[in-house]
Design a protein around this ligand. Sequence first.
Ligand code: GLC
Length: 423
Amino acid sequence: MRKSTTTTLLALALGLAGMNAHAALVRIACGATGQELELCKQSADEWAKKTGNEVQVVSTPNDSNERLALYQQILGSGSDKVDVLQIDVVWSGLLASHLIDLKPYSKGVEKDHFPSIIANNTVGGKLVGIPWFTDAGLLYYRKDLLEKYNLKPPQTWDDLATDAKKVQDGERAAGNDKMWGFVFQGRAYEGLTCDALEWITSYKGGAIVERDGKVSINNPGAIKAIDTIAKWMGNIVPKAALNYGEEEARGVFQSGNAVFMRNWPYAWALAQKDESPVKGKVGIMALPKGGADGRNAATLGGWQLAVSKYSKNAKAAADLAMYLTSQPVQKMRAISGAYNPTLPALYKDPDVLKANPFMGDLYTTFTSAVPRPSTVTASKYNQVSNQFWNATHDVLSGNGDAAAAYKQLEQSLKRLAPSGTWK
Ligand code: GLC
């Protein structure tokens, strides 16, 4: 009798504190670009309420490579400070040894996701990340301005340059001296690697390091691509773009001061908000080709949820990861934030398509996006990317031409893989 009263009182006390006897505290590190943090918090809180667990959202730096450095520091020290981590599509190999296998928790749900992302996230047979959203680089343009100047959306980068100049000059003459032709992610960071890979691939200049491990960066297509963009700096692209990430580029475009922008899908939802000066004036299309015989190319991006192997609450952490990546949450995030689902079924969902018509129109852009060379370069990917973005940033900054920069880069990348092997 006494024992059961104690148990009841204890249960009551825990209940009052909003906990149950098995409640866990789960800490999740999610991104903060655009609406990411807000939407992550919202769904994490829903999960906490549903399960009786407690959740804390830890915000992380916006630049993907800075986030990686933070994660490597936390995981490298074996710390249990973070249970669930939002990881970039290029980090599966880099972080795998610190992450648990999610297969025992997934109940086979991986078969509903894009198989290529699941394959990317499977390292040595372990599912180290469950896909949350996918990304591909897109071209945003001002529909109203192209119409005003009687222009069609550009098919090649040269068309884009000509149109950008025409509209920029016209709008400046009409009184907007802040108008620029084109903005992108030009800071020396992972974002520039993504943008530059698109330019290079569009000129058929390869993938920096090919799938067989061969360093291919020193080639005419790659050189032509970067020299082309470098000529635009200070001309149709503000020099300040050398320090832009995703959000800085969006800031310029969304305030009405750029004709074209390269960005990820998330920028769509924000451009369409009531308070956005460009609401209803924006079109989205595939990025232009590198010349008439070039191709449209979008870099594959995207984020997964992973569970740290040092977590003391791995079961609850995995449950949170599964909840956040589930169909209803992915649908909500697609509608509110234009985060592209990793579940093909949602690309047929009328609500998702109504909020984001481009997800249907540009479906093949997403399914044929170009991966960065992270699988082949494995644990050295970050060094490869770092050297690539620095070399590219130098050329865009006017310090030498692409032929010289990429010749040197080729030698230096080859040193990272003596005898052609990266493992
Ligand atoms: C986006 C992409 C990610 C990429 C990053 C670069 O967040 O999803 O894959 O690394 O941009 O800035």
